[in-house]
Structure formats: C-alpha cells, structure tokens
Ligand binder design. Structure first.
Ligand SMILES: NC(=O)C1=CN([C@@H]2O[C@H](COP(=O)(O)OP(=O)(O)OC[C@H]3O[C@@H](n4cnc5c(N)ncnc54)[C@H](OP(=O)(O)O)[C@@H]3O)[C@@H](O)[C@H]2O)C=CC1
Ligand SMILES: N[C@@H](CC=O)C(=O)O
Ligand code: NA
Length: 445
C-alpha cells in the first residue's frame, strides 16, 4: 500500500500540469510579462509550468518586441475570457471598459485574475471582489500599486496582524520622476513629462498621473487593505502637481524641504475615529525617509502597532519591474491551482464589505506653506499676521526673500492648523489691498 501511494505522487509530479494564461494587453506591462515568462532560467521552477495560451491586443499590425507562436495573438479579447482552456486571465490592458467587463466575465467563467489596473480596481473593486468571492476565484493586484514593489501581499499577509495607523507613499513614478528632475536640473515640466512617456512610466493619458488621479486610485487600494474596509474613491481628496513651480521647489529647498506628491491614509485622532485619505504635493523635510526617494522610484511607509515603521522601496513603474509583480501574482495562483488549495484562502482573497468613513479635507489638521505676492508697502507682514491670528493660525516662519515684477514675495510656513480655519484666513487675506495674489498653497508633512 505505501508503495502504491508513493507511485501515485510520483506520477502526478512527473506529469507537468500546464497552467494556461490569457493575457489581455501587450503594451509596456504585457510585453514585460511575456518576456519574463519566456526567460525562465534561474527563476522559480513553477514558471516553467505556465503556458502563454492567448494574448489580446487592439492592433495585429503593430510591431511587437516579443515572439509568440502563430495564432496566439488576437484582437478578440472576449474569446479569451470565455475560452474554457484558460485558467488565469492577466489583465494588463488598462482603462475602465472593456477591462471591467472582461474581468467580470473571466470571474463568472471561474478563472482567476491578475490585474495591474488600479483605475478599474479602485472604482469597481466592490463589484469585482464580490463576484470573485461568489465564484471562488482570486483577483490578484500586486502590480496595481507601487509597480514592482511588493506592498499588496505584505499588507494582506505579512503585516495583517498589525493595527495600521498610517500609510504614506510616493506611489506615482511619473510625477516623482518629473518633480525630481525639476528639482535637480531645473528642467521644464513638459520636457520631463515627454521623457516619462517615452520611458513607459506614464499612463496612456498622462493626466491621470499629473493630476494625482493615479495616486488617488492607489492610496484608495492601500487604505482599503490597511484599514480594513471599502473606500469610496469620491471621498479621496486629490490635487496633482500642475501648480508646483520651480519657484516653490527652490523656496522649499531653502527652508529645508523637498516637494513630493504624497498619497496619505492616516488616522487623524488617537481614538481612530477620523481617517483621512488624500493625495497632494507636499513639503517633506529633507530628513524624512520619503525625501530621498527620487526618479521613478516609489516608497510606501507603513506605520502600525506593534511593528512600528516599515518602508517599502523600489521601482514603481516600467516594464520589467511591473512584470515582476504580475508574475509573482501568477505564481501564487499557479501554486494554488497545483496544490488544490481551497479557493477561499482569506490571505489571498479580499473580504471587505463595509465602506470606511473618510474625514473631509476641511477637518484635516496639518502645517501649510503659502507664497504671497504683495505690493511693496510697509507692514504687509503685520497685516498677514493679524489676519492669520484671527483664525487661530500660528506661523512657524515668515520669509521675505525676493521680488517678482515689482511685487514682493513672502513665504510663510504655519504650525498645525485645521484646514478649514486656514482657508478662511486666506479668503480674508485675499481681500487685503496689499495682496496681489497667492500663487501657491501647499501642505507640509
Ligand atoms: N506602465 C507601467 O509602468 C505600469 C502600468 N500599470 C498598469 O498596467 C496596465 C497596462 O499599462 P501599460 O502596459 O503601460 O499600457 P499600454 O498602453 O502600454 O498597453 C496597453 C495594451 O493593451 C491593449 N489594449 C488596450 N485597450 C484595448 C482594447 N480595448 N482592446 C484590445 N487591446 C487593448 C493595447 O493593444 P495595442 O498594443 O494593440 O495598442 C496594448 O497592448 C494599466 O492598467 C496601467 O495602469 C501598472 C503599473 C506600472
Ligand atoms: N503611471 C504610473 C505607472 C504605474 O502605476 C506611474 O507613473 O506610477
Ligand atoms: Na506592487
């Protein structure tokens, strides 16, 4: 009897169980994924058991950087998600539709899904994960946040016993690349954006990167995992980097800060009753761990109890890095399929049902940086101080350094203040005769 059992196990192993992939998209991430799956030497042996069965694209005539057997590439993406031979759908096409419908159809057909699509997950996550749980399949999304950086699985698994207090990240490679080059080279915004597009970092429509929407999608996903509930994307406050000027970058440097687009999900109060989830350009002290994250690199600082602080750092975009995350998800699913693990592993599935209450931005308590252009009159600084004082805004520093076209430039940094109070003070300051304009208002971490 023992011999028979041994033989049985051997025969299962010897017959290599091929797992068939249907890949939707062969752009930056799809190409990186295919390249990685075709070059398995020295990587995890399970990769050898994966077959690229079908690949869906928009155009058959476009030149490709990878070779695939005749008939593998198709423009019929619906046929891929309905193909009974396929075990796993890898959605790396991006966009909302038809991505959403194709993912839902794949799930309905009992297929596991790997996606890099933070835009679809942050908007349709509730629908997609509910469908996946009902169908007993997994939807994996490591590539959706932080590109190649492992952060989704660590939040779901390795850190899941912690009470999370805050997640603060640089989660958009394109804007970090732009801000870094503006800071180090004094480069022009549009030239650097063109480079980020050429390097494959930017979204098909780079507005999503520049206006902070991509980072908002990502922090919504991280907040959901860290704070254990669903996030309504409309509740995530979002400002991009369009208004960040070379002047502010240079003032920030003089004051000991760098400007970064931060995505923040944090409990505001010690009783954890207020959760703030937001994206905005932020003055970060040069000594802060996130201040030195430059170029396309991303980093996510997670604070929790009992762990303290953990920071995940790495390449947040690009073909190879993102493919690493996509393929690690594929491997997790291959292992699940091979070992017949019950399809309800709570450390792989997403189990949230309730929506989290998000505090409005007017209730945020933070420091601010503001730059004023004023007429060169006596006691302007005094007038500013009086107005701020009226609304309980206390100033940490006031600097008058330069002139721009006959106007004096005054920069202030406040102490912690409720955002609503600060905005009221600014509204009154704008009406002062001595004030020409307020070109920038930025939060300070
Ligand atoms: N680029 C990056 O560094 C990262 C991207 N992501 C995410 O990965 C996903 C893919 O991004 P990326 O590879 O940069 O995108 P690309 O624009 O480079 O590639 C998209 C691919 O999908 C195909 N495609 C798109 N729409 C359709 C459609 N309606 N029908 C058929 N095929 C379609 C395109 O076909 P064709 O080639 O014929 O035009 C192309 O091959 C996005 O969700 C993105 O947010 C996540 C992390 C990093
Ligand atoms: N456009 C995104 C790509 C990865 O998600 C970025 O720039 O970070
Ligand atoms: Na990741």
């Amino acid at each position: 009897m023992p011999r028979l059992q041994l033989f049985f196990i051997y025969s299962l192993d010897a017959k290599s169980v091929g797992v068939k992939l249907g890949i939707l998209g062969l752009g930056t991430v799809g190409t990186g994924t295919v390249q990685l799956l075709q070059d398995t030497a020295g990587r995890h042996p399970l990769l050898k058991e994966i077959e690229i069965y079908r690949v869906g694209v928009r155009s058959l005539s476009k030149p490709r950087q990878v070779e695939l057997s005749t008939g593998v590439v198709t423009t019929d993406l619906e046929a891929i998600v309905n193909d009974p031979e396929i075990d796993i759908i890898v959605e790396v096409m991006g966009g909302l539709e038809p991505a959403r419908t194709l993912i839902l159809t794949a799930i309905k057909n009992g297929k596991h899904v790997v996606t890099a699509n933070k835009a679809a997950i942050s908007r349709f996550g509730a629908e997609i994960f509910t469908a996946a749980n009902q169908a007993g399949v997994y939807v994996m999304l490591e590539a959706a946040v932080g590109g190649g950086i492992p952060v989704i699985q660590p939040l779901k698994q390795s850190l899941s016993v912690n009470r999370i207090h805050g997640i603060t990240g640089i989660v958009n490679g394109t804007t970090n690349y732009i801000l870094t080059r503006m800071q180090t080279e004094g480069s022009d915004f549009n030239d650097v954006l063109a480079d980020a597009q050429r390097l494959g970092y930017a979204e098909a429509d780079p507005t999503a990167d520049i206006d902070g929407l991509d980072a908002a999608d990502k922090i919504a996903i991280l907040a959901s995992l860290g704070f254990d509930g669903r996030i309504n994307l409309q509740d995530v406050y979002c400002e991009g980097i369009r208004q960040v000027s070379k002047t502010d970058i240079s003032y920030a440097a003089k004051l000991g800060f760098v400007i970064k687009l931060l995505a923040i999900a944090k409990h505001q109060t010690s009783d954890h009753s207020q959760l703030s989830v937001r994206v905005h350009p932020t003055l970060v002290p040069q000594t802060h761990p996130l201040a030195s994250i430059n170029g396309v690199y991303n980093a996510i600082l997670v604070e929790g109890e009992p762990i303290g602080q953990v920071m995940f750092f790495g390449p947040g975009a690009g073909a190879g890095a993102t493919a690493s995350a996509v393929c690690s998800d594929i491997l997790n699913l291959v292992a699940t399929l091979k070992t017949n693990t019950p399809k309800s592993n709570p450390l792989l599935a997403c189990r949230h049902e309730n929506y989290l209450q998000i505090t409005p931005i007017s209730e945020l308590v933070t420091r601010f940086y503001a730059r004023f252009l004023t007429k060169d009159q006596p006691s302007v600084i005094g007038k500013l101080g009086t107005c701020f004082g009226k609304y309980g805004v206390s100033l940490e520093s006031v600097v008058q350094t330069g002139f721009q076209a006959q106007l004096a430039e005054i920069v202030v940094v406040t102490h912690d203040v409720r955002e609503g109070d600060f905005r009221q003070a600014l509204a009154e300051i704008e009406t002062l005769e001595a004030i020409d304009s307020i070109p920038s208002i930025l939060r300070v971490i």
